[in-house]
Design a protein around this ligand. Structure first.
Ligand code: GLA
Ligand code: ZN
Length: 670
C-alpha cells in the first residue's frame, strides 16, 4: 500500500446521523455545515449494529445507503466502520456467551460497549456476517475510501472459552512441553508446579497473580487473541474489497495490547488524541503527545498515520472538564500533521442530544448553528489544511531512536522489588525523548526488536527485560559503530522474566558496556543521592545501580551514602561504537544536559537551522517546516532565511514573535 491514501489532508470525524434519522432536516443541515467547516470526510456506522440489524437476520441498510449517497453528493469521503465495538441487545440476550467475563469470574450483563468476549465463536461469526454484508453492499460505493475496524479494541475476557484458548496458546508458546513452562515460570517457587494444562487459569486477583512470567504470557495471549479477532473481522473485507485500506483506532499509550505487534497488520496506523491541555502543563503535555505521535508514526514504518479522533473543544470524562484556551486545539491538530498525520478528525461532528456523551465537545453544538467559537476554529483550521496538499505523504528522517517497547512496559510493571512505587516506564522513555524534541531533532520511537542500524544513537531507558535476540542486536549495533544508551535496572531478565545468571547487564553485554552492576538501591520519596557529572550535581531519585567499571570510562559518580565515589555514568568503547550506562533515575535536568552532550559527540543535527525559545517545537516533514508555540507566553523564533508561510501565504524572515498557540507552516525554498 502506498504512503499516500488520499491526496489531501482528511478533515472530518465520527458522524452518527443514525441518531438523527427522525429529523432528516438536521442531516441536510450537516451537509451545509460540513461545507462551511471545510470538512471533507465522515467516519460512519461505528456503533450502528442495532440500526443495521434490528433483529437477528433482519437487515436495514436503507438509511446507510441514503447517507453514503448524500455524503458523496456533497463531495465527502467516507470511512466506513465495522460495528463490533458495541452489540445489539438481542444478540447478547440470545447468546450470553458473547458478553465478557471480568477478572472476578462474573459475566457482565448487557451494557456499555467494548464488552465482548474475544474468543466466542458465535460473536466472531456474527461480526463476520455483518462485515460481509457491509462489504458486499458498499464495495463499489464511490464515497467509501477506508475501513475503520471496530473501535478502540481493549480489555480482556476471562470466560471458560478464553481460559481454554489461553491454555492452547500456552501449549504453542512452550512447545507443548509442561516442563519447559514450569521452568520458564519458575513454578517450583511456593510449590506451584503445574502437572496438567487444565490447572492453568488466567491471572486473577483471587487466584494466581504472583508469577510475572505468567502475567507476561497472558498479555501476549490477549494481544494475539485481539489480533485474531481483528483478522476474523477483516477476512471478508480483504476478500471483497481488497483495494480499500484498513485501520483501527489505537489509544495513546494504552498497554493492554501490544500495539507494536498489532500495527503490523494495518494498512495505516491511526490513534485517538485527547491531550490534557486543561491540566496546566502545556509544554510538557505537548512533548508527551509528540512522543505518542512519533511512536505511532514509527509503528507504521514511518508512513503517515491518521489522528482518527480528537476533541474540537473539551472532553466529558476528566473529573473536571476545563475548556482549552482558544487556538489550543488548532495548534494540537497542526502538531499531529507536523509529526506525520495525514488527517485531523474529531469525536464528534455533532453533539448527541442524549446519552452519556452529550456534553463531550463536538464541532456542532446543541445550538445547531455555525456561530460558535469552536465551529469557527474548526472552519479556520479546515481552510489551513486545504493548503497542505504537498505535506501529504511526507516523512521525517530520524537519526535518533528511543526504545519504548510495549512488552517492556509490562515487564517493568510485573516484577516485585526495588522501588515498587515507581516504575513509570513510558514516562521514562518520554523523559529521554524530550531533549531532542526541544531541539527540533526528529526521533523514532521503536520497539526493542526493530532495526537499530539506521540510527546514529539509540536510547533504551529502563531496558529491564530483553527479548530473544536483543543481546546480539545491541552487541552488533555498538560493534559496528552505533551509540547505545541504557539506564538503571537494565538487561536483567529474559522474555519470561527469568534473571540472567552471572550478574547484570546480561552475558556479553557486560563486555559491551564494560561494567558489572552488583546491587540496586531504591530511594524512598523525599530521599535522594547526588550524581556529579561535568562539574555539576544532579539529583538521583527512586532507583540507582551500584556499578563496577570493567574497562568503561567513568563519566560521573555518586556523591553520598556508602557508595559515594562509585560510578553512576559510564561509557565504554566497544568495536567502533560506544555503550553508555546511566545507573540512576533523575528528574529532568540530567537527561537534558547529558543528551546535549550526546548530540554534540554523535554530531546529530537539528532538522532545521531555525532557532527558537523554550516551548516552541520545530518539526520538519518532507519539504515543510512546522514551528509551533506551546508555551503560555509569546516566544521568539529566528528564521535562517526567507520562507513562505503556507498557512497565511505571507513571506517571512528574520526574527519573528509567535503568540500563544501561534504556529508557522513554512515551505522550504529550493
Ligand atoms: C473514544 C471513543 C469515542 C468517544 C471518545 C470520547 O475515543 O472512541 O467513541 O467515546 O472516546 O472522548
Ligand atoms: Zn471470553
Amino acid at each position: 500500500m502506498a504512503d499516500k491514501i488520499f491526496d489531501y489532508i482528511i478533515h472530518g470525524g465520527d458522524y452518527n446521523p443514525d441518531q438523527w434519522l427522525q429529523t432528516p432536516e438536521i442531516i441536510d443541515e450537516d451537509m451545509r455545515l460540513m461545507n462551511l467547516a471545510h470538512v471533507n470526510s465522515a467516519t460512519v456506522s461505528i456503533f450502528s449494529w442495532a440500526m443495521l440489524e434490528p433483529e437477528e437476520g433482519v437487515y436495514n441498510f436503507g438509511w446507510l445507503d441514503n447517507l453514503l449517497d448524500k455524503l458523496h453528493e456533497n463531495g465527502k469521503d467516507v470511512i466506513l466502520a465495522t460495528p463490533s465495538g458495541a452489540r445489539p441487545n438481542w444478540l447478547a440476550q440470545k447468546y450470553p456467551e458473547v458478553l465478557r467475563v471480568e477478572e472476578t469470574g462474573i459475566r457482565n450483563e448487557y451494557g456499555v460497549r467494548h464488552n465482548h468476549c474475544l474468543t466466542s465463536p458465535i460473536y466472531r461469526e456474527k461480526v463476520r456476517n455483518i462485515n460481509t454484508l457491509l462489504a458486499e453492499r458498499y464495495k463499489n460505493h464511490p464515497a467509501v475510501k477506508m475501513w475503520h475496524i471496530s473501535n478502540e479494541y481493549c480489555g480482556e475476557c476471562h470466560c471458560d472459552l478464553c481460559q481454554e484458548a489461553f491454555r492452547e496458546w500456552l501449549k504453542k508458546e512452550y512447545d507443548n512441553d509442561l516442563e519447559k513452562l514450569n521452568f520458564k515460570w519458575w513454578s517450583g517457587f511456593w510449590s506451584h508446579q503445574i502437572t496438567d494444562w487444565s490447572q492453568i487459569n488466567s491471572p486473577k486477583f483471587r487466584g494466581e497473580n504472583h508469577v510475572p512470567a505468567m502475567k507476561l504470557a497472558w498479555r501476549r495471549f490477549v494481544t494475539d487473541s485481539t489480533i485474531s479477532f481483528f483478522e476474523n473481522e477483516i477476512a471478508p473485507l480483504r476478500e471483497i474489497t481488497p483495494d480499500i485500506p484498513i485501520t483501527t483506532n489505537f489509544m495513546r499509550l494504552y498497554d493492554g495490547i501490544n500495539y507494536q505487534k498489532f500495527a503490523k497488520k494495518l494498512d495505516l496506523v491511526s490513534w485517538d488524541n485527547y491531550p490534557a491541555w486543561d491540566r496546566g502543563f502545556n509544554e510538557k503535555e505537548a512533548c508527551n503527545v509528540a512522543f505518542v505521535h512519533d511512536a505511532f508514526r514509527t509503528m507504521g514504518g514511518g508512513k503517515p498515520f491518521f489522528m482518527m479522533e480528537s476533541t474540537p473543544s473539551l472532553v466529558n470524562w476528566h473529573p473536571v472538564n476545563k475548556l482549552p484556551m482558544p487556538g489550543r486545539q488548532e495548534l494540537s491538530s497542526i502538531q499531529a500533521v507536523a509529526h506525520g498525520a495525514d488527517s485531523v478528525q474529531y469525536f464528534q461532528w455533532r453533539k448527541s442530544r442524549g446519552g452519556h456523551e452529550k456534553y463531550h465537545g463536538a464541532v456542532v453544538d446543541h445550538c445547531g448553528h455555525e456561530n460558535t467559537r469552536v465551529f469557527k476554529e474548526v472552519a479556520h483550521l479546515g481552510e489551513v489544511l486545504q493548503k497542505l496538499n504537498n505535506v501529504v505523504g511526507g516523512r521525517s528522517e530520524s537519526k535518533v531512536a528511543v526504545i519504548a517497547d510495549w512488552e517492556e512496559s509490562w515487564a517493568t510493571q510485573y516484577f516485585c522489588g526495588f522501588n515498587n512505587e515507581h516504575r513509570e516506564y513510558f514516562e521514562e522513555c518520554t523523559k529521554w525523548y524530550k531533549p531532542f524534541w526541544e531541539k527540533g531533532i526528529s526521533v523514532d520511537v521503536i520497539a526493542m526488536d526493530d532495526d537499530y542500524e539506521k540510527y546514529d544513537l539509540v536510547i533504551a531507558p529502563f531496558l529491564y527485560m530483553l527479548k530473544d535476540g536483543t543481546i546480539e542486536k545491541i552487541e552488533s549495533y555498538v560493534k559496528n559503530g552505533g551509540n547505545f544508551v541504557t539506564t538503571y535496572l537494565s538487561c536483567m531478565v529474559d522474555r519470561d522474566d527469568l534473571c540472567f545468571l552471572g550478574g547484570f547487564p546480561a552475558e556479553s553485554l557486560k563486555k559491551v558496556f564494560g561494567i558489572w552492576a552488583e546491587e540496586t538501591d531504591s530511594l524512598p520519596e523525599g530521599m535522594k543521592n547526588i550524581a556529579s557529572y561535568n562539574g555539576k550535581n544532579y539529583d538521583v531519585v527512586h532507583i540507582c545501580d551500584l556499578l563496577h567499571s570493567q574497562g568503561a570510562e567513568v563519566l560521573g559518580s555518586y556523591e553520598t551514602d556508602f557508595y559515594k565515589g562509585r560510578p553512576a555514568i559510564t561509557v565504554n568503547k566497544f568495536g567502533k561504537g560506544n555503550a553508555y550506562y546511566v545507573a540512576f533515575r533523575n528528574d529532568e535536568d540530567f537527561t537534558k544536559d547529558f543528551c546535549e552532550d550526546l548530540i554534540k559527540k554523535v554530531s546529530i543535527k537539528g532538522d532545521t537551522e531555525i532557532k527558537a525559545e523554550n516551548g516552541v517545537s520545530i518539526r520538519k516533514r518532507g519539504d515543510v517546516i512546522f514551528v509551533m508555540n506551546f508555551a503560555d507566553e509569546i516566544r521568539k523564533v529566528t528564521l535562517d532565511g526567507e520562507y513562505l508561510n503556507i498557512a497565511t501565504n505571507e513571506k517571512i524572515c528574520g526574527e519573528v514573535e509567535l503568540d500563544v498557540c501561534e504556529y508557522l507552516i513554512l515551505e522550504i525554498r529550493k
